[in-house]
Design a protein around this ligand. Sequence first.
Ligand code: ADP
Ligand code: MG
Length: 235
Amino acid sequence: MSALLEADGIVSGYGEVEILHGVSISVAAGEMIAVIGPNGAGKSTLLKAVFGLIPCAAGTVRFDGIDITNQSPDRIVAQGMSYVPQTENVFPSLSINENLEMGGFIRRERLQERLEHVYGIFPDLAHRRGDSGGKLSGGQRQMLALARALMLEPRLLMLDEPSASLSPKMVESLFQKIDEINRAGTAVLLVEQNAKEALSLSDRAYVLATGENRLDGDAKTMLESEDVARLYLGD
Ligand SMILES: Nc1ncnc2c1ncn2[C@@H]1O[C@H](COP(=O)(O)OP(=O)(O)O)[C@@H](O)[C@H]1O
Ligand SMILES: [Mg+2]
């Protein structure tokens, strides 16, 4: 199985402070992968390093076989990877429609068609396309951030805790959307605190702790593992 994303031995952090001490993960085309682990484990840092937002001091990131280590985010996006940060992932002063157009702007062709396709996935946003991003509830904002990321028709979608601070009902509909997007063929790398829900949707999962790989394997097996439950699922 050749990987769509292959991060191998990533060493990264902030300034002099090393946070990731050689983390490796892979995502195959169309796969859904969960990354779980305690707060401060380095999950967000890993996504930032993969996406070129912070430098990798060692290790390689390959996307579809091409070395993209330390490339700029805009070059990485152009190759088919979208990243949704945990916060500040929509423009509050722009309308829903403008947010989506901004999300898709690096590709000019078929913009209207892509917009309508994304509105088809998110009908609630279509009904309110003139409303400003700042008026949306937390859950609607996460939906808009997801929709924005899809405007580029990515092959890989990286999501950093999309369900954080949402109500249980919103969490459920958000996860349903993510599942739907994955079933339509987009690979998903999902960082989550809601570990049980993330594992139940995913094919495989990685547990990170203190900037290192701690465990990985089949997501359902992890969900049923007593050790994983005791250490990471809050049971
Ligand atoms: N911008 C930053 N500057 C310095 N240290 C940071 C920064 N962001 C995160 N860290 C530190 O990196 C470590 C890992 O953080 P993070 O990747 O956000 O963990 P997680 O997403 O798993 O909760 C933490 O110790 C955190 O304090
Ligand atoms: Mg985080």
